[in-house]
Design a binder for this molecule. Sequence first.
Ligand SMILES: Nc1nc2c(ncn2[C@@H]2O[C@H](COP(=O)(O)OP(=O)(O)OP(=O)(O)O)[C@@H](O)[C@H]2O)c(=O)[nH]1
Ligand SMILES: [Mg+2]
Length: 212
Amino acid sequence: MIPEKDIRLEAGRKLFAGAVNFLKSSPALEFLPAPSVPEVAFAGRSNVGKSSLINALTNRNSLARASTTPGRTQELNFFDVGEPLEMRLVDMPGYGFAKAPKDIVKRWKWLINDYLRGRAVLRRTLILIDSRHGIKDVDRDLMKMLDDAAISYRVVLTKSDKVKAELLQKTVDAITTEMRQHPAAFPEILVTSSEKGTGMAELRAAVYDAII
Ligand SMILES: Nc1nc2c(ncn2[C@@H]2O[C@H](COP(=O)(O)OP(=O)(O)OP(=O)(O)O)[C@@H](O)[C@H]2O)c(=O)[nH]1
Ligand SMILES: [Mg+2]
């Protein structure tokens, strides 16, 4: 018999083996695509690696625009996955970007919060956390909002290539413990590096799990 884990990994691989296409950018809620297929959203602080992770996950170099400058992604970007269409990935603007103008920060915050709270087809939000920095209070604010609204989310550590194995394990343990206190959080976290490809097979399986 094929182990359950291998079946999940294969399903995740297949999901992203076919077509992946940019659909549209939505600067405001009235421009969202029709809520016709399941969605998985990528949220996190500015520069945490959301766009890079979408590129690594889909094996495309520049599907989502990444940049060394925080504040690169300014709208909700939708990507169609599968042919026929199976799901959408949503790349979001970052939060917690101290240097951005106040009115822009406010606009992004409302856009992110309104989308996450109101989107019926949203199956899971992935909250990306930089392996070097761990969870910050802005991340906790988002988690609290999602807990209160009973919207399912899961933590994904990014840039794991930037920290030594021992420290990484400590961070994983601390975050796993913290996540147990959050009612809407998926208990197991994922560790990734878009740079090295670490954790991509697991992340594809996690996206597959969220939409079935
Ligand atoms: N070493 C390393 N660098 C990474 C990794 N993922 C992303 N980066 C770098 O981090 C920077 C930010 O990446 P983005 O993907 O643009 O981050 P973002 O979260 O989409 O940023 P905003 O759209 O501005 O919120 C870029 O310089 C990336 O090359 C990783 O796994 N390892
Ligand atoms: Mg981005």
